[in-house]
Design a protein around this ligand. Structure first.
Ligand SMILES: [Zn+2]
Length: 269
């Protein structure tokens, strides 16, 4: 699933294609992609609107329109947005197509078909449901400690809870906890101040590194150009089946509250 670094990359690379452009056509090929309204209503609200800006909130993409409205997308398991002149350049599994006034087409490609889009009157409808953005200056070690306080759940589960922190998902939580040397099963509330500090430092190191690598291309993530991200080559534990850690011990896969989790029992205590 695209997480903060992947959605941030989509936002950064799609923005030059869409900013200031007017939507001239919308084609919905799978009705269930549109939520909370009919595909017809969704189309009629977008056609003729100019896209003023594109924002990321957690794992959500939000398009700001010239009438003050917005539409949001969530890529879920396998969604990606391709900016191309024609469909010949998009492999398959196209669920929606947005045509812009310069002829550019934005294709929503989604093999698993769980991606969603909907109209939004106020961005608060999205941001109110999310915890703090981890890459802001305001997200300090003290704030992280505050967010973890009293939580009995495993730290892995707490890190991927979007209400606690926005944008971290399964694979980056594994990388962050490896970087911090923390066992993913530890109760969040049992971590010392020093350990929380290590997790905070890991968040601030791993996520920007992944953005610099344009995300990780596992499970169908592509950049708007159709290229792959490179961060998967930096992964130490995430998706490292039967791999060996740099300490010489095996990377182990366990299940933490229903989520596949990779870690090194030797390096993570
Ligand atoms: Zn190790």
């Amino acid at each position: 699933m695209p997480e903060l670094p992947e959605v941030e990359t989509i936002k950064n690379e799609l923005l030059p294609h869409v900013k200031g452009r007017t939507i001239t056509d919308v084609e919905i090929r799978r009705d269930s992609t549109v939520r909370d309204t009919t595909p017809e209503e969704f189309k009629s609200c977008l056609i003729g609107r100019r896209i003023e800006n594109l924002e990321r909130h957690g794992k959500y993409l939000v398009f700001d329109l010239d009438n003050g409205g917005h539409f949001a997308m969530h890529m879920k398991l396998s969604g990606s947005l391709w900016a191309k002149a024609s469909e010949d350049e998009v492999p398959d599994y196209v669920k929606a197509v947005f045509t812009l006034d310069d002829g550019t087409k934005i294709f929503l490609r989604d093999p698993r078909a769980f991606a969603r889009m909907w109209l939004v009157d106020n961005v608060c409808e999205i941001t109110d449901k999310l915890g703090p953005e981890p890459l802001t200056k305001e997200f300090t070690s003290e704030i992280l400690a505050e967010r973890l306080k009293g939580k009995n759940a495993p730290i892995k589960s707490v890190l991927i809870d979007q209400v606690v922190i926005a944008g971290i998902g399964n694979m980056y939580a594994d990388e962050i906890l490896y970087d911090a040397g923390i066992d993913p099963r530890r109760a969040a509330r049992g971590l010392s101040k020093e350990e929380v500090g290590r997790i905070h430092k890991a968040i601030k190191r791993i996520l920007p590194q992944a953005i610099a690598s344009k995300g990780a291309s596992v499970q169908d993530y592509f950049r708007p150009s159709g290229e792959e991200g490179m961060e998967q080559f930096n992964f130490k534990v995430a998706h490292q089946k039967k791999a060996t850690c740099s300490c010489g011990g095996p990377i182990v896969r366990i299940v933490v509250r229903g989520r596949g989790t990779y870690y090194c029992p030797n390096c993570q205590k």
